[in-house]
Design a protein around this ligand. Structure first.
Ligand code: B3K
Ligand code: ZN
Length: 875
């Protein structure tokens, strides 16, 4: 792909006011007629060429105002259609293209998923359907006619409301016409046709509009859509209450399909979902699946305002809709469940995905300024860091100003294709503050590092906090400027309560938030009665790395006493990280792990047994930082084998020391309760399964693992037991794997978990197993969920095995991506993200990874998607 630059943005010369689409569906030869009402924009030179995007299209005919265009009046290739000198007045262009949905394995444009016709147009899939100005700042009113054989496709859907339908005299063919009254960019277009079952409900909006809610699934899956429907209704209500946003059409539809490149898509009035984020039943879906469904249903629904009603001017502004919508879905889930637990889970994901991305060759700003392939920018940085920036903004300006800014944004920009500058201007106005410095957060890649040093002067009753921020270089950005960082804090006194702070100087401090705006600032607190333990970055108030060298006793104190639950959890993580880094270094140098600190272990025991704490919270505190987190903290010359060993040793030490406590807690939780996928039930299972995980490492686990598996009445528990059996190489592992397969062989989404367990097993045989499973009848390279469960899980979630010292993991991923690339380049590129940390490896692994990356780069042809990822990895 050509480089596209933000600095080069120009509006189009022509507007497309209405789009009338006509689909004559046929598996291998669908005819698409597009009638476009085109208007030269003010200032466009008379007769300036009209250049439409295409991608792999076959043109059948093109006419202007009803007359076929002469051959010399236009040029058409598969990848574009140019009308040399269009009229200098409004005109209608009618384009007929022929496409082959059945052969479309890239799952972009119009394709078939198990016989159902469906579309995916974001970011640039619409140009695979017809020639168009396929960019988000061209907003049009769409009317869509779909015609198909009744037997093949009894259901015909598109955006908006159905206005006409009919059947041929002999009853074999039918059609439906859908009209969407809201102007939208082409990436939000959708149509679906197939033989699907319907689950219906309804919703009355705050102002009394009745909305017909429909979820379409494959026949037989109707019972498994109830949770999604419930999540949808809760999302609709919440958006009214929390953001004052009502739904705006008479119908809202969700279609679940099996073959989908990502989670879901927010097409206006017709969301299309990966069925993984719709279908759930207790026997086949884990609590994580339920929360995933709730979050993604909410996310896509919330896009109706943040993304659809107000869309992006260009793809550089992707975070305008994605960061904001992730923030909104996170807030929703926090309100539906436990806020601290949600916050900790989100920060774990942020660190694992975004911090890791930000620390390597694929690092890019939340709002990038250049791209070669936009599909590679649907990243943790745009989504998750984008959401963190919204939260940090809210923390800096306060909840009231933030709410006023949101209202202003909705008022002022409804119907617009907007930019980050437009968005920030609303908050600057609402808060009366200058947000120009805040824009640097969007422009600079890299994770800022905040260093904090506290000193207490008992005599002067003064606590001095020296804060400094730096940001490491990232590709194309060698030097960085300071950004405004909200540091939520408390000074924790000896009794565990926050000390009252009477006077401060050195920085703006509003309520419990320090505004760190300079490269370094010293904040002085006067009247501090006793030596405090600073609790900084409470609730993770900004996406930064906090470097504070608190002694172990202070961290243990925060773990036991901090009023901020996030920082209690964080204290345990920090203690473990320090110890795991030291242990990994010792092991890598040929030594053995130092012993795990007893006071830390006993503190974990205390938290585990503290019945005043949520089960879910206790589970999170007991979970050590991941191997990926430890590797990122080490930063260079990483030896993933040593990290895995260090982590395994610490888990075993904790399990051995606390075996009795854990067994007692586990046994007391074993009383059967009916399955409910709510926060309390999920928390109980998470805690019990975390205990089982520890017990699996000691003799006490032996019988419990099998019993846990055999008595499980839900997937969360069954999968936890299966994982423990497989990961410990227990005698019962093979039998459990066989049983699991047998039970769920008709449930592909459950079989995905069976692939994940085997692909993430900490065994030197895992790569062989993964290779063998690619030939399993339940596996298919054409299905992204299968590929992600096996190849993706191995490469992203099994660092020690993917980064095998012999390079065989790298070679496997490279070969897989090379095979996949001609069929599904987006998926191939996504998998190759696993190479994002290759430069941090020790020299032996680094050399082997480089060989594989170069091998991929030399393949011809190679998609723009893979070319871009590999090119950036090697740059
Ligand atoms: N907007 C879509 C993502 C589209 C990805 C295109 N490669 C889903 C979402 O973020 O809601
Ligand atoms: Zn989104």
């Amino acid at each position: 792909g050509q480089a596209v630059r933000l600095a080069d943005y120009q509006p189009t010369l022509y507007a497309i006011e209405t789009v009338d689409l006509d689909f004559l569906l046929s598996p291998h030869a669908t005819l698409v007629t597009a009638r476009l009402a085109i208007v030269p924009r003010d200032g466009t030179d008379a007769g300036a060429p009209l250049v439409l995007d295409g991608d792999g299209l076959t043109l059948v005919s093109v006419s202007l105002d009803g007359r076929p265009l002469a051959a010399e009046a236009f040029t058409a290739t598969p990848d574009g259609l140019t009308v040399a000198t269009p009229p200098a007045r409004p005109f209608t262009l009618e384009i007929v293209t022929e496409i082959d949905p059945e052969a479309n394995l890239a799952l972009s444009g119009l394709y078939r998923s198990r016989g159902t016709y469906c579309t995916q147009c974001e970011a640039e899939g619409f140009r695979r359907i017809t020639y168009f100005l396929d960019r988000p700042d061209v907003l049009s009113i769409y009317t869509t006619r779909i015609e198909a054989p009744v037997a093949e496709a009894p259901i015909l859907l598109a955006n908006g409301n159905q206005i006409v339908s009919g059947t041929s005299a002999d009853g074999t063919r039918h059609f439906a016409v859908w009209h969407d009254p809201y102007p939208k960019p082409s990436y939000l277009f959708a149509m679906v046709a197939g033989d699907l079952a319907l689950v219906r409900d309804d919703f009355v909006t705050a102002s009394g509009r009745e909305v017909d809610l429909r979820i379409y699934v494959e026949h037989g899956n109707e019972d498994r859509a109830t949770y999604a429907m419930d999540a949808l209704k809760r999302s609709m209500r919440w958006d009214e209450e929390a953001f004052g946003r009502e739904y705006d059409l008479d119908i809202f539809m969700i279609v679940a399909v099996s073959d989908f490149n990502m989670g879901a898509m927010e097409n206006k009035g017709l969301n299309i979902f990966n069925d993984k984020y719709v279908l759930a039943a207790p026997e086949t879906a884990t609590d994580q699946d339920y929360t995933g469904i709730e979050g993604v249903i909410a996310h896509e629904y919330f896009h109706n305002w943040t993304g659809n009603r107000i869309t992006c001017r260009d793809w550089f502004q992707l975070c305008l809709k994605e960061g904001l919508t992730v923030f909104r879905d996170q807030e929703f889930s926090s309100d539906q469940r436990s806020r601290p637990v949600k916050r900790i889970s989100d920060v774990r994901t942020l660190r694992a995905q975004q911090f890791t991305e930000d620390a390597g060759p694929l690092a890019h700003p939340v709002r990038p300024e250049i791209y070669h392939e936009i599909n590679n920018f649907y990243t943790a940085t745009v989504y998750e860091k984008g959401a963190e920036l919204i939260r940090a903004l809210k923390t800096l300006i306060g909840a009231d100003a933030f709410a006023r800014g949101m209202d202003l944004y909705f008022d002022r920009h409804d119907g617009d294709a907007a930019t980050i500058e437009d968005f920030l201007a609303c908050f600057a106005e609402a808060s009366g503050s200058d947000l120009a410095p805040f824009l640097m957060w969007y422009r600079q890649a890299g994770t800022p590092r905040v260093t904090a040093r506290g000193t207490y002067d008992a005599e002067a009753r003064r606590f001095t906090l020296d804060l400094a921020q730096t940001c490491p270089p990232t590709p194309g950005q060698p030097t960085k400027l300071p950004v405004p960082i909200p540091v939520r804090f408390g000074l924790v006194g000896p009794n565990g309560a926050d000390l009252d702070v009477t006077a401060v100087s050195g920085a703006t401090v509003k309520d419990d938030v320090i505004h760190l705006t300079e490269a370094s600032q010293t904040v002085v607190f006067e009247g501090v009665a006793a030596r405090p333990v600073p609790s900084l970055l409470r609730a993770f108030s900004a996406p930064v790395v906090l470097d504070i060298d608190l002694p172990l006793e202070d961290r243990l104190f925060l773990l036991g006493h901090d009023s901020d639950p996030f920082n209690r959890w964080e204290a345990a993580q920090a203690i473990a990280t320090v110890a795991l880094k030291a242990a990994a270094a010792a092991i890598a140098a040929g030594g053995t792990s130092p012993e795990t600190d007893r006071s830390f272990v006993s503190a974990l025991g205390t938290v585990a047994a503290d019945e005043t704490l949520d089960h879910a919270f206790r589970a999170l505190v007991l979970q050590l930082p991941s191997e990926t987190d430890i590797a990122r903290e080490i930063g260079s010359d990483v030896d993933p084998t040593a990290i895995a060993a260090a982590r395994r040793n610490m888990r075993r030490a904790i399990a051995e020391a606390l075996a009795d406590t854990f067994a007692g807690l586990y046994d007391r939780l074993s009383t059967a309760e009916p399955f409910r996928p709510d926060a309390a039930g999920a928390g109980r299972r998470a805690f019990r399964n975390t205990l089982l995980d520890y017990l699996s490492l000691v003799p006490a686990g032996a019988g419990r693992m099998e019993r846990h598996y055999d008595t499980a009445d839900n997937m969360t528990d069954r999968l936890a037991a299966l994982t423990a059996l497989v990961f410990t190489g227990a005698a019962g592992a093979e039998a459990a794997l066989a049983d699991f397969y047998d039970r769920f062989k008709d449930h592909p989404l459950a079989i995905d978990k069976w692939f994940v367990v085997q692909a993430t097993a900490p065994s030197d045989d895992t790569l062989d197993t993964v290779r063998r499973l690619t030939g399993h009848p339940a596996f298919a390279f054409t299905n992204p969920n299968r590929v992600r469960s096996l190849v993706g899980a191995f490469s992203m979630a099994n660092p020690a095995q993917f980064n095998r010292p012999d390079g065989a993991g790298y070679a496997f991923l490279a070969s897989t991506a090379i095979d996949l690339d001609p069929r599904n380049p987006q998926l191939a590129a996504r998998l190759l993200g696993a190479f994002r940390s290759w430069r941090t490896m020790e020299p032996g692994r680094r050399a082997k990874a480089e060989v594989e990356l170069r091998r991929i780069a030399a393949v011809r042809p190679l998609s723009p998607d893979v070319t871009d990822i590999v090119g950036r990895c090697l740059a």
